[in-house]
Design a protein around this ligand. Structure first.
Ligand code: NDP
Length: 391
């Protein structure tokens, strides 16, 4: 019997006895409790007082920062926002009023954050082509950095970011939120607990319709200088990264890919619009996936197929509603986890803990570099007719 059940049973006892019970008994004498209150029960994970929390600057106040990152800080227990960096001061001040943030920087005076003792960490939420520059400038300013995915445009940029973190003895993480998302954590624990083993195939399909006309507009995602790459960088990376999260003791040995998008589509002059990819693991497990800027509606689904059972997740990696179904034998069970939106708060709080404890983050810069190297190899394969590339 859990706590909720116990409360329900004692409530039913009281209701059953209630008809003949006097007002005095209801006041507490009947159940022997003091009216003036009780000590703090259990072991609640209380939020820290604001003044003790890790202080964060958010860089780039775009749709993801405003829609997900900022509300995530409101739900956080150990982290709070103290500064905004933006090219649009009026927007920054309006958001500052809403979130109680009163320190503002532009991209030009960004390096002045070095003198700002009210900033410990920086959350980089800029277009990908700007990740390396703004991450390295923050690290040189003595701040710890959590950078959005994908880590940067090239593996050389990722290496420079990692070198800057080491040189300045700062933590560097990549914001792979799925590592903190409750439904995916449940899948991870089930796979680690042998629910499927051996796991033979993983299938991941991720995509959406990237148009400059949509709101928010997908303009920079279609420009190589700002996006680094195409759909595989932006959305296919969810499959690539999550599959490896589910197989922590395994490692990729080769990848392959073929492009899959209409070649006459004017959106895809600078970046690819879709890839069908495959990653072979040392264990023999095979991960395959599709990544597309031409899917309608939004697609985010994954399947983990093993000798003992199968997990399907559809949707798998959204912000607010992920679903997990376990099938084993003839049984089918939908498994509930915590609210997906917790992922944003838990991600920043885990980074805060990593900084405080001087330990590596759960999704460190090295993981971001690993994934960019894999995507570069998938593109090399696709450029060479799909030939497997050892990694
Ligand atoms: P947006 O285009 O909505 O926002 C990007 C922001 O960056 C702009 O609003 C602007 O902020 C700033 N910016 C600075 N220079 C430029 C420039 N040259 N062109 C465009 N914007 C510029 O992008 P998203 O919010 O969708 O993406 C931002 C980052 O977050 C990317 O790295 C993306 O991959 C990542 N992301 C992650 C998701 C996840 O689930 N983890 C989901 C979506 C995005 P300002 O006006 O304040 O200067």
């Amino acid at each position: 019997m859990n706590e909720d059940d116990r409360i329900e049973v004692s409530r039913r006892h009281l209701l059953a006895a209630g008809a003949g019970v006097s007002a005095a008994l209801w006041a507490g004498q009947a159940i022997g409790q003091e009216a003036e209150g009780q000590p703090l029960m259990g072991n609640p994970d209380l939020p820290e007082p604001m003044e003790e929390r890790m202080r964060w600057a958010v860089v780039g106040l775009g749709s993801f920062a405003v829609g997900q990152v900022m509300p995530g800080f409101v739900d956080a227990s150990l982290s709070r926002m103290t500064a905004f960096v933006s090219g649009n001061r009026a927007k920054a001040e309006m958001l500052g009023q809403r979130y109680g943030v009163d320190r503002f920087y532009s991209y030009d005076d960004y390096d002045r954050i070095a003198q700002d003792d009210e900033i410990d960490c920086v959350y980089v939420a800029l277009p990908v082509g700007l990740h390396a520059e703004y991450t390295i400038r923050a690290l040189e300013a003595g701040k710890h950095v959590l950078c959005e995915k994908p880590m940067a445009s090239t593996s050389a940029e990722c290496e420079a970011m990692i070198a800057a973190a080491r040189r300045n003895d700062r933590r560097l993480g990549v914001a792979y939120r799925i590592h903190f998302e409750p439904t995916n954590r449940t899948a991870f624990e089930m796979i680690a607990g042998d629910a499927l083993s051996p796991l033979r195939h993983i299938r991941c399909d991720h995509g959406f319709d990237a148009t400059p006309e949509s709101w928010p507009p997908h303009r920079w995602r279609l420009e190589k200088a700002l996006a680094g790459g195409g759909s595989m960088y932006d959305i296919g990376i969810y499959g690539l990264n999550t599959a490896q999260m589910m197989l922590p003791d395994d490692r990729p040995v080769s990848v392959a890919g073929v492009y899959a998008y209409p070649k006459d589509d004017p959106r895809f002059v600078e970046v690819e619009g879709g890839v069908e990819w495959r990653m072979t693991m040392a264990s023999g497990a095979v991960v395959s996936g599709s990544s597309s800027y031409c899917y309608q509606p939004y697609v985010s689904r994954q399947a983990y197929l093993g000798a003992k059972g199968a997990i399907t997740m559809d949707p798998a990696t959204t912000y607010y509603e992920n679903e997990l179904v376990l099938r084993a034998g003839n049984g089918r069970r939908a498994i509930e986890s915590g609210p997906p939106a917790r992922q944003f708060a838990d991600q920043v709080d885990d980074f805060t803990r990593a900084v405080r404890e001087g330990r590596a983050h759960r999704t460190p810069g090295e993981m971001g570099l690993r994934d960019i190297r894999l995507i570069e190899a998938i593109y090399r394969s696709a450029d060479n007719g799909g030939a497997p590339m050892p990694v």
